[in-house]
Design a protein around this ligand. Sequence first.
Ligand code: PA5
Length: 455
Amino acid sequence: MNDEIRIDISRAKATAVGKEHGITPDDLAGIEGRILAAHEILQAERAQQKYGFYDLYKDTAVLDAVKAAAQSFLAGGCENLVVLGIGGSALGTIALNTALNPPYYNQLSRAGRRGYPRLFVMDNIDPMTFRAMMKLCPAKKTVFNAISKSGETAETMSQLMIVVEELEKKLGKAAVKEHLVVTTSPRVEGAPKSLMHPVADEYGLTTFAIPLNVGGRFSVFSPVGLFPAAMLGMDLDALAAGCAAMDARCSRASLLENPAYLRAAVQYLMDTKKGKDMTVMMPYADGLRDVADWYRQLWAESLGKLTDLDGNEVYAGQTPIKALGATDQHSQVQLYREGPNNKIFTILEVSRFDKSLRIPATLGAVPELEYLRNKTMNKLMAAELQGTVDALKVSKRPVMQITLPRVNAHTVAQLLYLFEVETAMAGRLYNVNAFNQPGVEEGKRIARKLMGGKG
Ligand code: PA5
């Protein structure tokens, strides 16, 4: 099975869109040395285990533990899995679910879901939504997975408090552990303590650890993403194999042969040399729409930084935008083609959808529709994609393309892993810390204070 995803930057080159907007051989030659130096640093820091995300997929003990726990919770006959978490604790699961489960998954019968539970990801604190979820997910038939690396995020902790009270009230204290799993930082001497630890102790909860060297938005291949994935019957081994395949490609000390480095270089050059301070990700497949959302957080939170690693004020970052083909051709593409030429585009293409749909030879009274008759929706989608990239080229808008042979656990894992390494490399190019988020922490601190807690 050749499920290797393909990365093509040819339409982001000067040969496609001109020197002002496209990458020249000189641009690439000029950045190659920095890429190779950054590679040495990243690999050395990886070896020192400074960044855990690279090697999560290799941890078979975690994979086995997650699978075993999921099996035991599924044996209880749960109908709903509710993830309580925000940001990096939620977006990976949403992306995996949209990509790897069938459309309208929650609306399918139990058989349609192959016996696996429905999924609700509560990544906000809107009381209307949370109340509605609690009604749809009765305690007895639901497993809740509260996820917080810091174990103190007010949004997630407030959700947890509501859920624990409900479980205790409806099922009794002893049964809480059959319906609640927590995923948080490990109990390590000297590390900040998660407020979820005492809760886990009191109720005897199954607990998964997020390694200290893995940040929220880089945690999809830790138990943060893997436990929900196992609960939904996803193929964890195929996910790990996809990561391994992309790791092999993204470990190359080469600008042109390493797809993550090539993409990072193009994005960085586009932002800093070609005035493209926005990056649009536009999948042409509904299943990948939330990959664009996940990437949006990864890119924004990792690279949007006030200061660089030397302490200079730099206001770094490129604004990520998510779009969807063909839908947004009728919303955004007018701006993308004729508005300011300040964007680089990543088009995600799927070579083969799992299903095909023929457009029937109907509406005979309308001869103008002949071009659609007996074609497939698949072919129309491909034509829309081609139409957009060709039209963007005419308007001198740079485009990178990523092609997935199909959408499955193996290819989606490759894609997410690619973007994680790309982001790590981009952090080095911008000379910022891609792994912290002081801007987010400050907002959390102020909100806690406003609620009467410690600032
Ligand atoms: O990527 C990040 O670090 C953030 O988006 C966090 O995931 C988010 O703020 C939630 O934090 P926590 O997992 O500590 O509750």
